[in-house]
Ligand binder design. Structure first.
Ligand code: AMP
Ligand code: MN
Ligand code: MN
Ligand code: MN
Length: 270
């Protein structure tokens, strides 16, 4: 009865279609999956239909990139109505802002002497369905142009695109509290993604007071110690624990099912 509640498709920065994700999940013997593409609901109808056909529980989700007091928090929204007008419109605006941000990143790269243009980026984005664009697309374009090659110093994502990189542009679009509100209005349950990445969890009480329902406890990068600590905090604040792999289908990242959550933890979601 294992569920992987954190996976990405080619509607955001994953490589597989929603249907292929369902097939993979079924092959792995998973009971259920949640598709949680970044800032888009566009893959969810295909995902639902594929789940129904394969007999895999397919939970609609989204992972929203949000800002809270200068920090980037990723908020997962589960069981959202993916036809909800308010949520859809807001996410369309987020994607507009992502496109503007990609142009800013490109400008910064060009000012740093990197020969990459919008056409190069569009070529890479042809494999993505919908309008989503993120740093992984820019990374791929840099690779395809041979700009990121053998030099190990420059091979990493961080060299150009990380917070200390020459072309870093932070997100500035969506306040966390607005995301919590939007997810609730769309009938969903908001969950804080990969809290193990954060310096501290002092914000949890305030988020809980604004509708946060759960935290992601089971996650590939969370050590057993972190997991135990997060379970304790979840219990203490009455947040339900969730889990998932953050599967993208890309090289060097976690496989589907690398972290899962048992059914008994997520009854509130089902
Ligand atoms: P963005 O939302 O455009 O800032 O892009 C963030 C995405 O980049 C994440 O969802 C990951 O898929 C990917 N990512 C972040 N950090 C790294 C990294 N160090 N190496 C490879 N991919 C990364
Ligand atoms: Mn991603
Ligand atoms: Mn995330
Ligand atoms: Mn993710």
């Amino acid at each position: 009865m294992a569920f992987d509640l954190h996976i990405h498709s080619n509607y955001s920065d994953g490589l597989c279609s929603p249907s292929v994700l369902v097939d993979l999940g079924k092959k792995q013997g998973l009971t259920g999956l949640a598709l949680t593409d970044h800032d888009t609901l566009s893959g969810l109808e295909e995902f639902r239909a594929a789940g129904e056909e394969a007999g895999v529980i397919a939970i609609p989700g989204v992972e929203m990139t949000t800002q809270y007091q200068g920090e980037e928090l990723h908020i997962l929204g589960y069981q959202v109505d993916y036809n909800h007008g308010g949520l859809r419109r807001r996410l369309e605006k987020v994607i507009d802002t992502r496109i503007e941000r990609a142009k800013e990143i490109l400008n910064k790269l060009q000012r740093a002497g990197v020969d990459l243009c919008w056409d190069d980026l569009e070529k890479v984005c042809r494999n993505t369905r919908g309008r989503y664009i993120g740093r992984p697309h820019i990374y791929l374009a840099l690779k395809e142009k041979g700009i990121i090659g053998e030099d190990p110093e420059r091979a990493g994502f961080r060299y150009y695109l990380g917070p200390e990189g020459v072309a870093y542009v932070p997100h500035k679009e969506l306040p966390t509290l607005e995301a919590l509100d939007l997810i609730s209005k769309a009938g969903g349950l908001p969950v804080l993604a990969h809290p193990g990445r954060l310096e501290n969890l002092r914000m949890l009480k305030a988020l809980k007071g604004n509708g946060l329902a759960g935290i992601e406890v089971f996650y590939p990068a969370h050590s057993p110690e972190v997991r135990v600590e997060l379970l304790r905090i979840a219990d203490q604040l009455d947040l339900f624990p969730t889990g998932g792999s953050d599967f993208h289908g890309t090289e060097g990242t976690a496989q589907m099912g690398a972290a899962t959550v048992e059914r008994r933890f997520i009854e509130a979601l089902l």
